[in-house]
Design a binder for this molecule. Structure first.
Ligand code: CAA
Length: 263
């Protein structure tokens, strides 16, 4: 039984809540281990979309645990970075999409974990930033890499070198988040988006995620070959037959929502 992670499934949508509100959901080794185990335990036969959020009203994740990091040696620091990076990479490459519902502080490792998700939406009180250089370290859970890829190298460098925190509106303006909601509307919006994703053909959605993620790592010629393979992979599936069959059916036999069976 996890102490710091809540996991619930509602239909095809799972919600993972990082639940260490007394420390503003800071990521210590235990939280990372529990998150890792939670990701491993997701039943991918039923779950088609995941929401990641933080417990409490103030914070999504306020970063890696500074107390735990404060006494690490160089080798231990590197190992702690690897521990976080491994979990975040598992999250990033989870076969189904993950929506970060950023409900407050997303600093350091908090901003970094949100960037490992497919989609970020946030509440009006959200604050993003990579304050690490003010603590005498670099971002260590992927921030130097993902922020530069998500916004622009110049903007990422400015934010990281200055350790400046930005509010929700600025995060929206620079493309770090897709939308900003009043606090109480954030989770309903995340659930609505997740349900919309879960209603689509699951094999196709997974293949889109893989095509986008894998394609971004290689040159365009290799990337389109990745797309072709994943496109071809959808054919002959029951879901492809159901989706196209519904489109081609006579008007009076069409359904609004196709019951995709994930096969
Ligand atoms: N690590 C450990 N504990 C943390 C924490 C963190 N990253 N962030 C907050 N907490 C703890 C505080 O120590 C405090 O604990 P106590 O009540 O026991 O004193 C509790 O959470 C509440 O925090 P505050 O009293 O500071 O709350 P606040 O509202 O005054 O300030 C805040 C909120 C601005 C987010 C402030 O807590 C803060 O600056 N936190 C640190 C943010 C940060 O620097 N994150 C980056 C960490 S480094 C990193 O993540 C490295 C990496 O890339 C892997």
């Amino acid at each position: 039984m996890a102490e710091f992670i809540l996991y619930e499934v509602d239909g095809a949508v799972a919600t993972i809540t990082i639940n260490r509100p007394k420390a503003l959901n800071a990521l210590n080794s235990q939280v990372l281990d529990e998150l890792d185990a939670t990701l491993d335990a997701i039943d991918l036969d039923t779950v088609r979309c995941v929401i990641l959020t933080g417990a409490g009203e103030k914070s999504f994740v306020a970063g890696a645990d500074i107390g735990e990091m404060s006494t690490l040696t160089k080798a231990e620091g590197e190992a702690f970075g690897k521990k976080g990076n491994d979990v975040f990479r598992k999250l990033e490459t989870l076969p189904v999409p993950v929506i970060a519902a950023v409900n407050g502080f997303a600093l350091g490792g908090g901003c970094e974990i949100s960037m490992s998700c497919d989609i970020r939406i946030c509440s009006e009180n959200a604050v993003f930033g990579q304050p690490e250089v003010g603590l005498g370290i670099t971002p260590g859970f992927g921030g130097t890499q993902r922020l530069a890829r998500l916004v622009s190298p110049g903007m990422a460098k400015q934010l990281i070198y200055t350790a400046r925190n930005i509010k929700a509106e600025e995060a929206y303006r620079i493309g770090l988040v897709n939308a900003v909601y009043p606090v109480e509307e954030l989770l309903p919006a995340a659930k609505k988006m997740a349900a919309g994703i879960a209603a689509q053909a699951p094999i196709a959605v997974r293949n889109c995620k893989k095509a986008i993620n894998d394609g971004l790592q290689v040159n365009i010629d290799e990337a389109i070959v990745i797309e072709e393979k994943l496109f071809g992979d959808c054919f002959e599936t029951e879901d492809q037959k159901a989706g196209m069959g519904n489109f081609l059916a006579p008007k009076d036999q069409k359904v609004k929502v196709v019951d995709f069976k994930n096969c």
